[in-house]
Design a protein around this ligand. Sequence first.
Ligand SMILES: Nc1nc2c(c(=O)[nH]1)N[C@H]1C(S)=C(S)[C@@H](COP(=O)(O)OP(=O)(O)OC[C@H]3O[C@@H](n4cnc5c(=O)[nH]c(N)nc54)[C@H](O)[C@@H]3O)O[C@H]1N2
Ligand SMILES: Nc1nc2c(c(=O)[nH]1)N[C@H]1C(S)=C(S)[C@@H](COP(=O)(O)OP(=O)(O)OC[C@H]3O[C@@H](n4cnc5c(=O)[nH]c(N)nc54)[C@H](O)[C@@H]3O)O[C@H]1N2
Ligand code: SF4
Ligand SMILES: [Mo]
Length: 711
Amino acid sequence: MWGRFPNLLAGFQPAPLRTVHNPHVPRHNKIVPRTVHSVCALDCPDACSLLIDVDDSGRGSRLRGDPAHPVTQGFLCAKVARYLEHQYSPDRLLHPLRRIGAKGEGRFARISWDDALNEIATRLQSASAESGPESILPYSYAGTMGILQGSGIDRRFFHSLGASRLDRTICSTAGTVGMTDALGYRYAVEPEQFRNAKLILAWGANIMGTNVHLWPFIVEARRNGAKFYTIDPFQNRTGKLSDRHFAIHPGSDAALALAMMHVIIREGLEDKDYVEKYTLGFSELKERVLAWTPDRASQLTGLSAEDIVALAREYATTHPSAIRLNYGLQRSERGAMSVRSIALLPALTGAWRHRGGGVQLSTSYAFQLNAAAVEMPELQLQSPLGREARIVNMSQLGDALTTLNDPPVKALVVYNSNPAAIAPDQNAIRRGLQREDLFTVVLEQVQTDTADFADIVLPVTTFLEHTDLYRSYGHYYIQMARPALAPPGEARSNQDIFRDLALRMGLHNPCLQTTDDDLIRAALSSGHPNLNGITLESLEENHFVRLNIPAPFLPFAEGGFGTPSGKCEFHAETLDYTPPIESRHGDPSLKASFPLELISPKGDDNMNSTMASRPENMALHGTVTLHPADAARRGINTNDAVRLFNDRGTCNLRATIANTIAEGVVCARSTPWTKLARDGSGINMLTSQRLTDKGGGPAFYSCLVQVEKTS
Ligand SMILES: Nc1nc2c(c(=O)[nH]1)N[C@H]1C(S)=C(S)[C@@H](COP(=O)(O)OP(=O)(O)OC[C@H]3O[C@@H](n4cnc5c(=O)[nH]c(N)nc54)[C@H](O)[C@@H]3O)O[C@H]1N2
Ligand SMILES: Nc1nc2c(c(=O)[nH]1)N[C@H]1C(S)=C(S)[C@@H](COP(=O)(O)OP(=O)(O)OC[C@H]3O[C@@H](n4cnc5c(=O)[nH]c(N)nc54)[C@H](O)[C@@H]3O)O[C@H]1N2
Ligand code: SF4
Ligand SMILES: [Mo]
């Protein structure tokens, strides 16, 4: 197994280090060769601690994982092992640009920073004056996970304008609500504890592809006899390495969890002591799940009743048992219920008692930074709006740009995101981005699909070029990074751009000029015990610092749930499952026209649309996997050109036929660059703006399509 990771083994050899602390690299200073710490800022649970060798010309020559970080363990994923190619790519944007072609065409001319920022200031001011400040919409997500570059001066700036607020739902909100409903405090099993587990379920989690630093702990557990199962409609690399793969139908996970509860309770396999002491509502739960027989769940999930019974028994009787959920699970119309019902299982079996027992969706809750001090939402009250601004859901950008009124969106400022590729219902988004009366600014490293629609494009730094503070959603270490490399051309950080823009708009509140270091201090100022003793200085010195939580961290070993009762509250009355509208058991008329369930999970070697433009990734993104029976019915063979379509759009791909996918499901990887794709069609031409059951997230993976051969 270790043979699969040549760079992983290399990482365990101690590297000779000459670390320079606080390595600010003013461009004109004499530069000496050195090794500098950094942090991978990509939107990945692992938040790796990096070491970068910088040669005497100031150029980064080698990037590797820090062997001292307990989770990074000295290795990087294949994407970021090659990050210096992105860093030094000829495709990096070097200068501000003004559009000279049609929107979307991608023709631009170089302009100066002065011209660019003055024009943006003038256009934002006129949008605000003519249509009200809420006609300005920021649009950002997690192109960088850095706290400063994604929720720093930018937030203060838009609050000072009275701009619309963005509800940042595109990834995780359904799961967040599901976990909160189940546990109150969204704590999770720590990755290091997975080595102690005896049964590990990867439930809608592609660990090898999206969270590879958990894998060594799973390998260790398996060496000690643990079983590893995957529950996923698609048997990806992780599924292929599992002891058993359960090919569940998309969006039906809550039915499986309810049936597992049924079996566990019927057979008396629950941990009676744990249930008695630390849970609330067991007798109602017992009643509720009576109806959730394995046969009923079998119909809905596609798994056999025998498998469901066996899985429930094994789960309840094997300790410690760890469930790794990831966000793939919650991108369905029933996403919040899926997560909630699964997250109740360890309370029933008492799994939380054990080292390596429980569930992990995200560790991010533990970081408890002082978001209010950093973002200063109170600035809205002093803005021209004078009150809290309206909230626009980023997962419905198409509607926001085409149908929203009072006021309509007149100015869109995009950073850390590429909505013209990654947001659902692309045809609606494109209609919006093409509006002549919409002024669009895009802050980017490379000329993305979204940047093609911009009026002004501003070149920005990468995480190797700016200061930032990092949480993680896959471990419990907080980290900070200083610039390791000088920015190319005229690229500037988001922070610097928003500071400058504020001045040009006549916003002279000093809080819009706060330094990076002071913002980090503000972020650490929450007073929450998890951050006790953690300061800018300690981060500067140690690069990564474990949160002030017990080791081992067993958050719910003795109850302590974040609920009114302090117990895990089952709330059986709201625990239920109905199939997604867009699914095989959903709306019959939709299913008649579009009978196949499309999922579009992550590619292993790209990060959403970041680095998806690499030719080998575009080749992978150009394919769709069909089950042999579905292909045969349509006369489709491997490599045939096929058209995926529904009432929202079309996407042209090539067929791959494999029984690694459940029948009735098709799988195409997210998220290609549409301008590089065949006929300019991306996978999100097909996905809908329908929201998840709770949390207002996108139901990317509840998506009915038809597939036909085109050649
Ligand atoms: N290589 C790589 N790593 C990434 C990313 C990337 O793009 N590429 N993206 C990052 C981001 S933004 C995120 S949010 C995380 C996401 O990390 P993951 O959640 O692990 O990734 P996904 O591919 O979204 O989904 C995981 C698995 O869920 C399966 N799945 C889909 N629908 C269902 C369902 O209804 N039920 C079940 N049980 N399984 C289902 C998919 O087939 C997929 O194999 O990964 C991060 N890491
Ligand atoms: N069909 C389908 N669609 C999906 C998903 C799916 O699984 N299927 N996954 C969804 C999920 S989970 C997520 S999180 C979203 C991700 O969507 P996004 O958050 O938009 O992520 P990326 O596509 O990686 O685009 C991020 C952009 O930010 C830029 N960037 C990086 N660092 C900086 C910086 O410091 N400053 C500025 N200004 N820009 C920077 C990068 O160059 C990149 O173009 O996609 C969603 N879309
Ligand atoms: S993308 Fe994830 S696994 Fe890869 S280097 Fe970054 S944090 Fe580590
Ligand atoms: Mo995400």
